[in-house]
Every structure is written in structure tokens, then in C-alpha cells.
Design a protein around this ligand. Structure first.
Ligand SMILES: [Cu+2]
Length: 181
């Protein structure tokens, strides 16, 4: 009995150690990848996302970092909107600095309050590789018209369990000139 308890204790200690080392390895991996790319881990680049004050000058390090704050990483609405037409295929672009894998969702909120996000498209391999020129054609709903919609890029990183939220302020209207790049 004594021997058995001793063994079980040892085993538990070992399990604790492996868990700690797993977490350490994950952190180390994230850090190494981070150092290698400098810019950060990933973000949407088109439509232009909301940017926290000061981030334009510091190379968008905050924008490309993970967040815990829904719905839009704590960023306030932008004053300049990107224009689209109802039903338009939008060429959503993003870049990945650290390939933490996981899937991305392109979502739309139409109520001007960022509270009714609906998924327009899911991209399962959005962060399998690092790179600056990823894109996907995302169709906007054909019956939506709004002066204050939000297109969100939500990335749930699989390896690091981080969350990334980029919100772009857009307008959807059939009478305006739209942008696609
Ligand atoms: Cu990361």
C-alpha cells in the first residue's frame, strides 16, 4: 500500500510537470514566432479595421495582438467608413504573423451597436501559414442596407487559445460607389 501511494504521488507530480512544460512550450513557441515576425500575430487588412489610438504610429502592434474584449477588442467606431453595395462580393484580406492555426469567421453586425453579429463565412485554414496576402471573397447579404454596419474578422487561435477581433466600419447602400480592394 505504501509503495502504491508513493508511486501514485510520483505519477501525479509527473503529470503536473508535463502540463507545466506543455504550457511553457506553447508560450515559448508563441514568443519565438512573435520575435521572428515583429509585427504581431494577425489581423484583417481590408476592409480597414478600427485602430486603437496611437497604433497607427507604432506599427499596429496592438491591432495585431490578441484580445479578451468582445465585441471589437475595445476599439471605438471609426469615422471613415468603407462603402459596399448589398450582395457585393467583398475581397476580405488579412495577414498572419504567427501561424497559430485555428479558424476565422467573417461576421456582420447590422444594428450599429455591434451586438447582432452573424457569420457570413468561416475560413478553417486562415492561419495555417504566416503571410501578408491572404484573402477570401465574402458575399454581403443582398437585402441589407445600413449606414453603420460592422464587418468583423474573428480568429480563434488553436495553438495558443488566443482570440483576435478586428472590426471594420462599413456602409451598405445600393446608391453609393463601392470599394473592393
Ligand atoms: Cu500569438
Amino acid at each position: 500500500m505504501y509503495l502504491f501511494t508513493k508511486f501514485a504521488n510520483k505519477n501525479r507530480k509527473f503529470a503536473k510537470l508535463t502540463r507545466a512544460s506543455q504550457i511553457f512550450m506553447k508560450l515559448a513557441l508563441c514568443f519565438l514566432i512573435f520575435i521572428g515576425t515583429v509585427a504581431g500575430h494577425g489581423s484583417m487588412t481590408f476592409p480597414k479595421p478600427r485602430i486603437p489610438p496611437g497604433d497607427q504610429e507604432n506599427g499596429l502592434t496592438i491591432t495585431r495582438g490578441p484580445t479578451k474584449q468582445y465585441p471589437c477588442a475595445g476599439n471605438k467606431k471609426a469615422t471613415t467608413l468603407t462603402n459596399f453595395r448589398p450582395g457585393q462580393l467583398v475581397n476580405v484580406k488579412w495577414e498572419i504573423g504567427a501561424a497559430h492555426r485555428g479558424s476565422c469567421a467573417i461576421e456582420l453586425s447590422t444594428n450599429g451597436k455591434d451586438t447582432n453579429f452573424k457569420v457570413l463565412q468561416t475560413i478553417d485554414d486562415c492561419a495555417d501559414k504566416a503571410g501578408k496576402n491572404f484573402s477570401s471573397k465574402v458575399k454581403l447579404p443582398s437585402r441589407v442596407s445600413c449606414n453603420s454596419c460592422t464587418l468583423r474578422f474573428r480568429w480563434e487561435a488553436e495553438i495558443t487559445k488566443e482570440l483576435y477581433l478586428d472590426c471594420a466600419d462599413i456602409r451598405i447602400n445600393s446608391k453609393i460607389n463601392s470599394k473592393n480592394q
